[in-house]
Write a protein that binds this ligand. Structure first.
Ligand SMILES: Nc1nc2c(c(=O)[nH]1)N[C@H]1C(S)=C(S)[C@@H](COP(=O)(O)O)O[C@H]1N2
Ligand SMILES: [Mo]
Length: 322
């Protein structure tokens, strides 16, 4: 049985050659863009990103893995989505109160074509691709998840970011009526995340709309969430309502709460421990093993995506910019 059959994904949703060709062109555009000048205080801002050198073949080799998939029931019942409670089972057992349609996303900030678009218009004309990615939570567990989504870069370029757009900030809905966890101050709502522009445009970075060939369940960030597979899971912000192009490194929810524990970059890195625990290994929740006694495996640099992303951090001290 082919993977496509196993996942019951219609042929129309499998990546086609046209989408790959488009991405190759995008990569070339970015390879020719000169490194951006540093802005502001040298201490507060990291070094400018180097020019990307990743080939389309290298990029594509990260789009799937042959590792054992995590079961649908585990991906959808062991979650972090504090808007629905801080327990792992809270998001999946919460009442389905999130109204995901209609859904609109405001795109604002340093771009020539800002606007508020329906989800349908935001991704219009882009064919959802299947990406099988590892997801490594900063807490030390991991999964292998077959997402459906569109490359974030393909969406962002439609808004024509200006030369001042050096970062992209994302915001989750924060509605106490639809999200019971909002009444607890676990996080300074709304949940916010951000990426440097080159990270946002990297072909691996996905705006996911589904998993296992089905629309995203509420607990996984319906109807639209980010997936950044080489970074700790908290960068992969759920239920996005706003995307903003900004010049300065944006404030992010976990970094604000505890800057010494959660860096802006948060690249998966077995050599930089969390102040309170080691990051050298992870509990891989996949196959039929019980969640709590799942196999411990070594954590890999950039979560195994070094070929696709290491060039973006050349010359950067990853112990300083964790
Ligand atoms: N808005 C929002 N996004 C979020 C979170 C959250 O609490 N709220 N948790 C993050 C964390 S810590 C992880 S590990 C992943 C988990 O995604 P999953 O539940 O789909 O596996 O979502 C991330 N995105
Ligand atoms: Mo996480």
């Amino acid at each position: 049985m082919s993977l496509r059959d196993a996942l019951r994904i219609p042929a129309s949703e499998i990546t086609d050659e046209a989408v790959y060709r488009d991405r190759r062109n995008l990569l070339r555009t970015f390879a020719m863009t000169p490194a951006l000048a540093l802005s502001g205080c040298a201490d507060a801002e990291p070094p400018a990103p180097p020019t990307a050198t990743v080939t389309p073949e290298q990029a594509r080799s990260g789009f799937r893995t042959a590792e054992t998939l995590t079961r649908y029931e585990d991906i959808t019942s062991y979650n972090n989505f504090y808007e629905f409670g801080t327990g792992k089972a809270d998001p999946s057992t919460a009442r389905k109160t999130l109204k995901t349609s209609p859904w609109s996303v405001a795109v604002t900030g340093e771009c020539a074509r800002p606007g508020t678009l329906s989800l349908e218009d935001l991704v219009k004309g882009l064919v959802p691709e299947e990406r099988i990615y590892r997801l490594r939570c900063v807490e030390g567990w991991s999964m292998v998840i077959p997402w459906l989504g569109v490359p974030l870069g393909e969406v962002l370029k439609r808004f024509e970011p200006t030369s001042k757009a050096k970062y992209v900030a994302f915001t989750t809905l924060a509605d106490p009526v639809q999200m019971p966890g909002i009444r607890y101050r676990s996080i300074n709502w709304p949940y916010r995340e951000g990426l440097r522009m080159d990270e946002a445009m990297n072909p691996l970075t996905l705006l996911a709309t589904g998993l296992y060939g089905k629309p995203l369940p509420q607990q996984n960030g319906a109807p639209l969430r980010l997936v950044v597979p080489w970074k700790y899971g908290f960068k992969s912000i759920k239920s996005i309502v706003e995307i903003t192009f900004v010049e300065r490194m944006p404030k992010t929810a976990w970094h604000d709460l505890q800057p010494s524990e959660y860096g802006f970059f948060s690249n998966v890195n077995p050599n930089v421990d969390h102040p309170r625990w080691s990051q050298k290994t992870e509990r891989r929740i996949s196959g039929t093993a019980s969640k709590l006694f799942a196999e411990r495996i070594p954590t890999r640099m950039f979560n195994g995506y070094a070929d696709q992303v290491a060039a973006m951090y050349a010359g950067m001290d990853l112990k300083k910019w964790y």
